[in-house]
Design a protein around this ligand. Sequence first.
Ligand code: SF4
Ligand code: SF4
Length: 213
Amino acid sequence: MKILLTPESFASDFLKKIEEMTKQKVFDCYQCGKCSAGCPISFEMDYLPSVVIRMAQFGMEKEVLESRTIWLCASCETCTTRCPREIDIAALMDGFRILAVQQGVRARVRTVRLFNKLFLGIVRKYGRIFEGELIGKFNLLSGRPFQDIFKGPALFKQGRMKMLPAISNRKAMKKIFDGVKEKEKQRKKQAQSAVSQSRVEGSSAGGKVEPGE
Ligand code: SF4
Ligand code: SF4
């Protein structure tokens, strides 16, 4: 008997979600490996970018969202520019991170989690990033207070780092953060009501007594 494997054979909710979110066709990947060969971070990853794409094709949601790879990806887009199938792999990595956060999957790389939190907190506070505060807090909280300390003076001298934060449009930034929070609240509400709806449907289907039984 011949078995024909098509993208539909592997259809999964995970695949649907990530394709809808990123507008990418995961099944366009034919595993040439060019993305992995060019990735500058691949030596630290637990799965190569092409392997993560393969796992997504197979609907391996847990493995993808719990991987170190999606958090180590630096969004440099080297993979995206190299892909002969024009798949935006960097966008897929973004999408995987968003799904991981939405589903409460903790990032496997603690310092990435910390960096994201501090970065967003500072942008929210000043309306833009203030590198001095970010580096200081990150070094302290990650337990490496003296990391890169000798590079500081040169960076100040070249004007790449400032002593004080430059305050930007904080009102506009607050609006963006509040908007995201609101959207996130709505998304959670919708997800909860979808779950309760399916429970109600499940229990009424299971408890249904046909006439004459
Ligand atoms: S470069 Fe593109 S086609 Fe090749 S393995 Fe990576 S995602 Fe797949
Ligand atoms: S975007 Fe991420 S996965 Fe792609 S090459 Fe850069 S670090 Fe690697």
